[in-house]
Write a protein that binds this ligand. Structure first.
Ligand code: ASP
Length: 328
């Protein structure tokens, strides 16, 4: 082969090498353990969903998916960690509705809360419950509202920081009853629930994935579910409409993310594994016990997830701006 032709071939090979590395790496994906970051404390509702999803995805992918908790600042600490991680599919984020509120609530973040991520798929939407310490002096939502109005800021409302679902639910409750309470932030609602169980805080609004078992065991008082219909997992708990607060409705969606720049072939592979995981009988039955169901398969895709997330950012923006409540 003439020397110029060989040089041209070598140059061409050098040029195409990085291009080839992408698809090849994606084909071999995953070749090692994947880390799924939960931006809240272990044992809480987001963590519970993540551990079930991670286990089922791991079975499908043939690799372990390890859950790591990085709680604090309403979920933004864990989200930052994933936005800044290497975009190779080995570091993922399982987050909730906070991904739709943080872009407006937090005006100064050390990461891009929208463009820092690739979407993998939606996971589930979880109803919320308003619960109180066992000896709270009320038994119905109407009685609880009367106590809240009477005791006002003497009552402590626990949450997982600004932008967390428990924070939004508390804001909605306070708006519905036109009364402010003192809020106490935790790194997640698992520690908040511990404080409620020991009676050091008074009230908490949290996903059924963190409250169903304590409600059934009679360890906390429950006043309402924040959904239009009663839940099969908690059939005796009235809806907020039945309890006289029809505007007090909220459900918490969860989604799976990868850092921006993760190859599309990798996010597609992760999305397929997520879709399989969400049909896993063990996951489905545990979700049902905890008052929730996985999303339909077509919503567990990067496109459906991104569309839903963008719409939810647009939905929350004017609400947060009108309230003028920012985290910084
Ligand atoms: N449920 C929490 C929240 O308030 C978060 C968590 O601990 O999973 O958003």
């Amino acid at each position: 082969m003439p020397r110029f032709a060989r040089r041209a071939l070598l140059a061409l090979a050098a040029l195409s090498a990085p291009l080839a590395a992408g698809p090849a790496a994606a084909q071999q994906f995953p070749g090692r353990t994947i880390t799924m970051i939960v931006p809240f404390a272990a044992g809480g509702p987001t963590d519970t969903v993540a551990r079930l999803v991670a286990e089922a995805m791991g079975r499908e992918l043939g690799q372990t998916v390890v859950v790591e908790n990085a709680g604090g600042a309403g979920g933004t600490i864990g989200a930052q960690r994933v936005a800044n991680a290497r975009p190779d599919g080995y570091t993922l984020l399982l987050h909730h509705i906070g991904m739709a509120t943080a872009p407006t609530l937090y005006r100064r973040l050390a990461y891009d809360p929208v463009n820092g991520f690739e979407t993998v798929g939606l996971v589930t939407e979880v109803p919320m419950t308003l619960v109180a310490r066992k000896d709270f002096p009320a038994n119905t939502l109407q009685e609880a509202v009367a106590v809240i109005r009477r005791e006002k800021d003497k009552l402590n409302y626990a949450n997982a920081g600004i932008g967390a679902a428990s924070h939004l639910c508390g804001l909605l409750l306070m708006k519905s009853v036109d009364t402010a309470m003192t809020t106490v932030p935790f790194r997640g609602t698992a520690p908040a629930m511990q404080e409620l169980l020991s009676g050091r805080v008074d009230l908490l609004c949290d996903q059924t994935t963190n409250t169903t078992e304590q409600i059934k065991a009679g360890e906390v008082k429950v006043f309402t579910v924040t959904t239009p219909e009663r839940l099969a997992a908690l059939p005796d708990v009235p809806t907020s409409t039945e309890g006289g607060l029809p505007d007090f409705q909220v459900s918490v969606w969860h989604g799976l993310y990868a850092p921006k720049g993760t190859p599309a072939a990798v996010t597609q592979r992760l999305s397929q594994a997520l879709q399989v995981a969400l049909r896993d009988p063990r996951l489905v039955s545990r979700f049902a016990e905890l008052g929730t169901t996985p999303v339909a398969q077509e919503r567990a895709t990067p496109e459906a997830h991104r569309q839903f997330w963008m719409a939810d950012i647009a939905k929350w923006k004017p609400i947060i701006q009108a309230a003028g409540q920012y985290a910084d």
